[in-house]
Write a protein that binds this ligand. Structure first.
Ligand code: MSP
Length: 675
């Protein structure tokens, strides 16, 4: 009997089909695709799931606006999204839609079971509801409130900036509170359940410690959703419906649950940071209440942002993947997205960076390595690879060692979905091989007939390196590996990663094709302009105007300060100060220093930073600041105080001797620059 392959189940979030997907949403799908391809090449039996989250008020309203039935609207959008995934060569094994009949039925069963066993109960819900966010907010969570003359709150804005309205409705609630302790223990026993680790701390400090509230899981205010079987004026609210997709897609709650038996629990749910909470609190509790095992890892990735912050249509800084793929090819697009996003943190897209990475990494480093190698094999050996014989150069051992180190490191990093680092590792081999050409100087060897064997050894070493590189980039770039091995005349060779080794190179005496560059060099100016022109033009102007206004204001402020007796500073001086949003992840007293507190902050970088501040007097219990989003001066020269390093300054406001840390609204993300 054939040996059973180990299974691997990976999922993306299911996307709201409320608009065209941009490179930000596409990132998650490409990242999961790279992981799925990697695991397949490592010999796993992979199940890769993606899909669409099609219910809810927002979709209902959107369809109405377009004069369509909700079903018609989501059909059209789901088709569009499937088309996009085809273009990006996503290798998902299934595409689930929450309007699929089997899913709706399974959700009803799940709901009924939770109701029957007392985990769901009926109550009343009052809250500020944002239609756009499909989320309720408490008054204190609102970013802005409107009041009447008597000071009563009559409306406001959600942290996203969307309007909210007061809604009171009968609702079913999930008893989340009952499971809070269990979940806390589960986290303790499974320290790698949430990655990166900092997100687990965030969940504990911001949600579990303050106490979990029961979650409203049905609505009566709209129709477009799965009906509660025993009380059909209620529709199951989006998170129970949406989260269940990960199991219903495998047949849980349906007649044939063989896939569920085979693949559950999932190995990885990959999600963006703003939905980590739903996946690491509500979802585990739901599964536990259903008596099901939990997914092994929830990986929260950062956002792909633009220089002026979050990608959004209203800001006019949106880039669609089609724009990049049509002009620069799929490989360049996938490479860029995975290379630009550091694990767990935000990545910034800029047209300049995109063009640079394509030019440096792909056209120069990898492209040239291939072109030079193919050209030399053609020129010096009539297009034939003739094996190594016994000749060697002084540089062979180091190249071979680099290759084997890179293979090992790469596998480890890919296993942990650290794509940017895995690619950086592969490029170590690209650089090493380029250097090997300079060291061995084949053009000198070619002049000396007695060095023929050495030259042949050099050519084979280069071909081997390229073969290894081709194998390693397969999960990320669907086309280049094939083009590389074709040009080297070693098409059809085994590129599986399970047992990839430098000296297993299969080819001898192969004919090398005449090479054409697989990554043409881009004209920086023209292409930066092109990409910029694709970002919604009029909105871009708005951005510039806002920036100009902000600078003008800063200048005015500087002027005003003059009258304050302070020396005014020029705008370019102010511009040198790097202000950033950060989130306090830990706060403590500094031993032996009455005034000093030390804070650990998430500043958008993986390691975060420590900042000391002399505000102990006003914060005798500094833990009240944990979770707060604050402003820091990020480029202050680090200095030591009482043996502790302070890497920046925390901004506080002061009046009449009272000091308060300046906090910022919750929709700002650690690492954002402040202008
Ligand atoms: N429907 C919910 C998920 C339910 S899963 C049970 C949802 N959908 S979404 O369409 O709004 O977002 C889907 C994913 O796209 C999220 O993981 C989100 O973080 C990701 N992204 C949206 N914009 C993004 C960037 N700019 N950058 C990276 N990922 C981004 O939430």
């Amino acid at each position: 009997m054939a040996e059973q392959k180990p299974t691997y189940y990976i999922t993306t979030p299911i996307y709201y089909p409320s608009g065209k997907l941009h490179i930000g949403n596409s990132y998650t799908t490409i990242a999961c695709d790279a992981e799925a391809r990697f695991k397949r090449l490592m010999g796993y039996d992979v199940f890769y799931l993606t899909g669409t989250d099609e219910h809810g008020l927002k979709i209902e309203q959107k369809a109405e606006k377009l004069g369509m039935k909700p079903q018609e609207y989501v059909d059209q959008m789901a088709a569009q999204i499937k088309e996009l995934w085809k273009k990006l060569e996503i290798t998902n094994d299934k595409f689930i839609r929450t309007t699929d009949d089997y899913h709706e039925k399974a959700v009803q069963k799940i709901f009924q079971q939770l109701l029957d066993q007392g985990d769901i109960y009926k109550g009343k819900y009052t809250g500020w509801y944002s239609v756009d966010d499909e989320e309720y907010f408490t008054e204190s969570q609102l970013a802005e409130v409107y009041r009447d003359e008597d000071g009563n709150v009559i409306g406001g804005k959600a942290p996203s900036g969307h309007e909210v309205q007061l809604v009171e409705e009968e609702s079913y609630f999930f008893k989340m509170s009952k499971y809070a302790n269990w979940l806390m223990n589960y986290y303790k026993e499974h320290p790698d359940f949430i990655e990166p680790q900092s997100r687990m701390n965030e969940m504990i400090n911001n949600f579990l410690k303050p106490g979990l509230e029961d979650l409203a899981v049905t609505r009566t205010s709209f129709n477009w959703g799965v009906k509660v079987p025993s009380d059909p004026k209620h529709v199951v609210y989006v998170w129970i419906d949406a989260l269940s997709n990960y199991i219903t897609a495998l047949g849980y709650g349906s007649d044939d649950d063989s896939l569920f038996k085979k693949y559950w629990p999932a190995d990885v749910h990959m999600v963006g940071k703003e939905i980590v909470r739903f996946h690491t609190i509500y979802w585990p509790i739901m599964l536990h209440a259903l008596g099901l095992p939990l997914p092994k890892h929830i990986i929260g990735h950062g956002w792909l942002t633009m220089r002026d912050g979050k990608m959004s249509k209203s800001k006019g800084n949106v880039i669609y993947p089609e724009t990049l793929v049509d002009r620069y090819g799929l490989d360049a697009t996938r490479y860029y997205l995975l290379r630009a996003m550091p694990f767990g943190n935000d990545g910034v897209f800029s047209p300049e960076d995109f063009v640079d990475k394509v030019n440096y990494d792909l056209a120069n480093d990898l492209g040239n390595l291939l072109n030079r190698t193919v050209a030399m094999i053609n020129k010096y050996q009539n297009g034939k690879l003739v094996g190594t014989n016994d000749a060697t150069t002084d540089f062979d051992a180091d190249l071979e060692q680099t290759a084997s180190d890179v293979i090992a490191e790469y596998k480890e990093l890919m296993d942990k979905t650290r794509f940017a680092e895995a690619l950086a590792t592969v490029w170590k081999l690209v650089s090493r091989a380029n250097k090997y050409i300079d060291e061995t100087e084949p053009w000198v060897l070619a002049k000396d007939d007695s060095k023929k064997d050495v030259l042949s050894d050099v050519m084979t070493h280069l071909a081997k390196s390229l073969w290894i590189i081709a194998a390693l980039i397969q999960p990320i770039m669907p086309h280049a590996p094939k083009q590389i091995v074709e040009q080297l005349g070693i098409e059809g060779t085994d590129l599986s990663l399970t047992d990839l080794q430098f000296n297993d190179f299969p080819a001898e005496a192969q004919v090398v094709a005449k090479g054409t560059p697989i990554f043409p060099r881009l004209d920086v100016k023209a292409e930066v302009e092109f990409i910029k022109s694709k970002m919604t033009a009029n909105e871009k102007k708005k951005g510039r105007k806002a920036m100009a206004e902000a600078k003008e204001k800063a200048q005015e402020t500087a002027q005003e300060e003059k009258t304050d007796g302070k020396k005014p500073i020029r705008i370019d001086v102010f511009d040198k100060v790097e202000l950033k949003v950060a989130q306090i992840t830990a706060a403590d007293h500094v031993e032996g220093a009455d005034k000093l507190l030390k804070f650990h902050m998430d500043d958008g970088t993986e390691e975060g930073r420590q900042i000391l501040s002399g505000i102990a007097k006003w914060y005798p219990d500094p833990s009240v600041l944990v979770g707060k989003k604050v402003l820091i001066v990020a480029n202050l020269k680090p200095r030591k105080m009482r043996g502790e390093l302070s890497q920046g300054m925390l901004l506080s406001a002061e009046k009449d001797g009272n000091v308060q840390v300046v906090t910022v609204p919750d929709n700002l993300v650690p690492g954002m620059g402040v202008e």
